[in-house]
Design a protein around this ligand. Sequence first.
Ligand code: SF4
Length: 329
Amino acid sequence: MNNFTYTRATSVKDAVQKSTGDRNAMFIAGGTNLVDRLKVFLDEPSQLIDISRLEMNRIEKTSGLRLGALVSNTAVADHPDVRRDYPILARAILAGASQQIRNMATVGGNLLQRTRCPYYYDTAFACNKRQPGSGCPALTGVNRIHAILGASDQCVAVHPSDMCVALAALDAVVEVSSPKGKRQILFTDFHRLPGNTPQRDSNLEPGELITAVILPPVNFAKSGVYLKLRDRTSYAFALISVAAAVDLTGEQIKDVRLAMGGVAHKPWRPTEAEKFLIGKKADATTFQQAAEIALQQAKPLEHNSFKVELAKRAIRRALTVSAKGGGVV
Ligand code: SF4
């Protein structure tokens, strides 16, 4: 085990200054994934900078909503504005983890949780995400839970978050701070596909700190649904999940949002399927065709070809329920 220092940041400026020039510094807030990783030496920071007491714990009304990075997952899911205007987000959060974990887990930390690929957590195995160039045993091993879209021959892991699937569908924006100032990153550009750099999950640069996630106004998000399919109905990661929101004029689809979880290294937005849906009649045939388009690039592994059909059915179901006004799927 590496020795590391623990310090408590007094402000966002103080936090980013403490991390400047130290690529092995890490921020800690709820710690619900980071502490797991520290315990098995996946992360060996030089310093842990505790940001948990910083003033980033408010949900503010803007043209949409601004979620401070330290707001707990529970507080987001329980917030009346989120429940009324972005039910897709509240339902995604409540589908994840356990009540105790949601009480500790933060908005910013949820974005930065790492894959639950079992080979990544078991240091007896090689893993390109842990040690670039060492290999990926999941490619030929047990890969039932792994990716069917956007993977590479370096890594076939999936992103584990439910909340992030809803945020991808809602066109959220991530606000970050660093010594260079503030910048905003479109949510769909925040996470990365593995390519040749599977060690990098996001486009966050060293020293950058997530300060907020911004939800733009989306009128029809009220009809949004989140469907999560998993091996047991509680406390399990998604095999497949779908966030969907349909905006109708009569029977015709005016606008739509679709995102998928459990299929790729990042929350997956099937934009070709979305384009196809606009202007079409909202019926079973249209939704089936959209599902086929969303999965046409799928490349299943030896043990997860079932995910392709499961994803198609989940898309059909989520679009159908949303087109009827939303609610629990
Ligand atoms: Fe590591 Fe990715 Fe392969 Fe899992 S899928 S063993 S995280 S490289």
